[in-house]
Write a protein that binds this ligand. Sequence first.
Ligand SMILES: Nc1ncnc2c1ncn2[C@@H]1O[C@H](COP(=O)(O)OP(=O)(O)OP(=O)(O)O)[C@@H](O)[C@H]1O
Length: 293
Amino acid sequence: MIDIHFIVNPIAGSGDHSFSETFLQDYFEEERYNITIKSSGHKGHAIDLTKESIHQQADIIVACGGDGTINEVASALVGTTIPLGIVPVGSGNGLACNLNIPKNLKKALYVIKNNQRRAIDVGSVNKRYFFSNTGFGFTANVIGNYEASQERTLLCYMKATLKSFQYYFKKEETVISINDDLEVVNPFLVFISNSNVMGYNMSLTPKASLTDGLLDVVIVPQIGRLRMLLFGFCVLIKRPELLKDVKCYQTSHIKLFRKKGSFFESQIDGELSQIDTVELSVSIEEKSLTVLV
Ligand SMILES: Nc1ncnc2c1ncn2[C@@H]1O[C@H](COP(=O)(O)OP(=O)(O)OP(=O)(O)O)[C@@H](O)[C@H]1O
């Protein structure tokens, strides 16, 4: 028998998911599969549910949600041999999009049943994992406004971005060091990505690969409002590098030092996170998560 545990985030995306054992049993025959469904009750809960499923010796653990849910489930799976299944019922679904996992529920379930596995790289920020991307400065501010809007739709994401364009000002002063030599002081935006999709099919790092052992880094220095708008347009057409101020790098590690401000305002896989240290080390662990694709 194959034990599949589904960890469902009931508020991800539209929040309208039809997961029940009877429904799933239509796709996973009773004679071959044991199905368990668990629902997360609050932020961070999916980590505990996944750890419990690992303890219960699940053969496959499936994250049903968006990038935030995947982050919680996958963080507990890094370094284990248990594969992660993904049912992308979130809003942005950046990682699922990079992995070509269909948004159609039935097709996503067939991907899990097919049991085709791929090992992917995993990013870490001071030992906290990310699978899609992390960001500081402006991108974190956008996520802060997006979370405050209480709704997870593309329209709300656009409104959050516009609000940041209008009101964002940099609170912390940072120095960034890439590969221990090149230094950038106090940029407007730092975006570090493992994946080539940010969410909602948009990308700041269209050339990123989940299996190249490298992080794709985009750094934008302090720029005026007009250039910010131009940058927004370049992102929409997936050519951020067209703005000549933008610097793109590929690296295996990057360090950020905070000179001013009480914390790093960051986003990790689309969730706001305030990190209370003066130094951040961002690196990549090669092929340390197995995913069903
Ligand atoms: N029962 C719950 N109530 C409130 N929040 C929850 C609950 N369960 C999980 N969460 C949190 O919901 C947040 C959003 O989840 P998730 O990222 O999966 O969906 P999404 O934002 O719609 O998708 P995406 O990140 O792809 O845009 C996560 O931080 C997660 O921890």
